[in-house]
Design a protein around this ligand. Structure first.
Ligand SMILES: *Cc1c(COP(=O)(O)O)cnc(C)c1O
Ligand SMILES: [Zn+2]
Length: 422
């Protein structure tokens, strides 16, 4: 497999061969970026080839993903990605914006963006002949790993905090994973998972630890560019070159999604398929804002917080991919914003009522960030803006009810209905 050259540490820049390390830099614990052979990739695939592809999943980009074809045709493992890109005109109008797109990654097989990572981690697990996969999760990463493991017929172990929303726990269980709810925080579950993986020789998917999660999540950046190019109708004669939006809004917990998007755009820039990287805006909840705090104080030092927010998927004390996540904004002239739980609930309502997209709180956080950026004059009305929804609202019904309000109970008569009709 010519495309995969090895790893480079995000802290000390030391390079490692493909088989020299598994997870993080042995010298400083830094997260590893996968290094690809762009020359070889360019010979295998081009935007023109992709224009002809009828593979509507992340696997259309296989030459850019450092794993072998995972097999298992006809399973949800092959149905990850290629999520819809919407043009929510009412939402745009409401915000006074002329160009707005909404990509809905809640429409993945297990209903969150995490499927992109878990599918690629399962492919990697097969290559290194792992027998069991394990992950710590606030819910979605585990559901995705459990689902993708079920598709591949591989045993999975999931450690989630006891406070994880019920629907997410149901997903873990129904896919047949061994599920353990840790009486503690996500961060404690994270550390326990590392110990268990070591003790039992399980392959660990932990976010901001396993370098292959980013190689899966980066496919969202590929889709953003490819779909955006067709959405704005600027496709010319070959050789085809992709366009990008000006600005991308995404919610941030551990920071792996935003750093993966950054990696995906950097891959495309290195291949010469795009000519610039969009500004990346990372949105955190005020109750879980460690990376935002570092951004505001102008340092690269990420100080842990005691996380408390309705957006459980981004409720993180110590972001495990904080450094790369911070740089994703600073190196692209983007920014970090923090938003309140109230504004997240309001964003869930707006997304659902004006764009017909039902997002979980962490997914709607990105849109709440855009609302704030518009109010603060951080984006212009002619800017081409894309908001990424990362998870489906059915994953946390209690939070959705907080955003939606209660339904009125009536007697089974027209009279009763008339009395309460608005
Ligand atoms: C995991 C997750 C996030 C945040 O991703 P990080 O890599 O932790 O920053 C955002 N939204 C949803 C729905 C998620 O599941
Ligand atoms: Zn290092």
């Amino acid at each position: 497999m010519g495309k995969f050259l090895g790893y480079c540490c995000s802290i000390c820049q030391t390079e490692y061969g493909p088989d020299e390390v598994i997870y993080t830099c042995p010298q400083d614990g830094g997260n590893l970026d996968v290094v690809l052979d762009y020359e070889s990739i360019r010979q295998q695939i081009s935007p023109d080839d992709l224009a002809e592809s009828n593979n509507n999943s992340i696997w259309r980009y296989l030459p850019l993903i450092p794993v072998d074809d995972p097999g298992h045709p006809g399973t949800p493992l092959r149905a990850v990605g290629w999520t819809p890109l919407f043009t929510p005109t009412r939402l745009a109008h409401h915000l006074g914006l002329h160009h707005l797109w909404l990509k809905d990654d809640g429409r993945n097989p297990t209903a969150s963006l995490k499927d992109r990572a878990s599918a690629v981690v399962i492919a990697r697990a097969q290559m290194i002949r792992a027998r069991v996969v394990v992950t710590a999760s606030t819910g979605n990463a585990g559901a995705a790993l459990a689902g993708m493991a079920a598709a591949a017929g591989m045993p999975a172990v999931i450690l989630a905090p006891k406070t994880a929303p019920q629907a997410k726990v149901a997903q873990l269980l129904i896919f047949g994973a061994q599920v353990f709810l840790v009486d503690g925080t996500y961060d404690q579950a994270f550390d326990l998972t590392l110990e268990a993986a070591e003790a039992f020789s399980w392959y660990c998917r932990n976010t901001g630890y396993n370098p292959f999660t980013a190689e899966g999540k980066k496919t969202a950046a590929f889709e953003i560019c490819e779909q955006y190019t067709y959405a704005v109708g600027v496709v010319g004669e070959p050789p085809l070159h992709w366009e990008t939006p000006d600005t991308v809004f995404v919610s941030v917990g551990d920071g792996n999604i935003i750093s993966s998007l950054h990696k995906g755009f950097k891959d495309l820039l290195s291949l010469g398929w795009i000519d610039h990287i969009p500004k990346l805006f990372g949105i955190q909840s005020e109750g879980s804002a460690a990376i935002y705090n570092a951004f505001i104080s102008g340092t690269e030092e990420i100080v842990p917080v005691e996380a408390d927010t309705i957006a459980d998927s981004i409720s993180v004390d110590l972001p495990r991919d904080g450094l790369r996540a911070l740089r994703a904004a600073t190196q692209t002239k983007g920014a970090y914003l923090s938003v309140s739980d109230e504004s997240i609930l309001k964003a869930m309502q707006d997304l659902a009522r004006e764009a017909a997209v039902f997002a979980e709180p962490a997914g709607a956080t990105a849109y709440a960030g855009l609302v704030k950026a518009v109010a603060d004059g951080l984006v212009g009305s002619d800017e081409r803006i894309l908001v990424l929804n990362t998870g489906n609202g059915l994953k946390d019904v209690q939070a959705a009810m907080k955003a939606a309000g209660e339904a009125t109970v009536i007697g089974p008569t027209l009279e009763a209905l008339k009395r309460v009709l608005r």
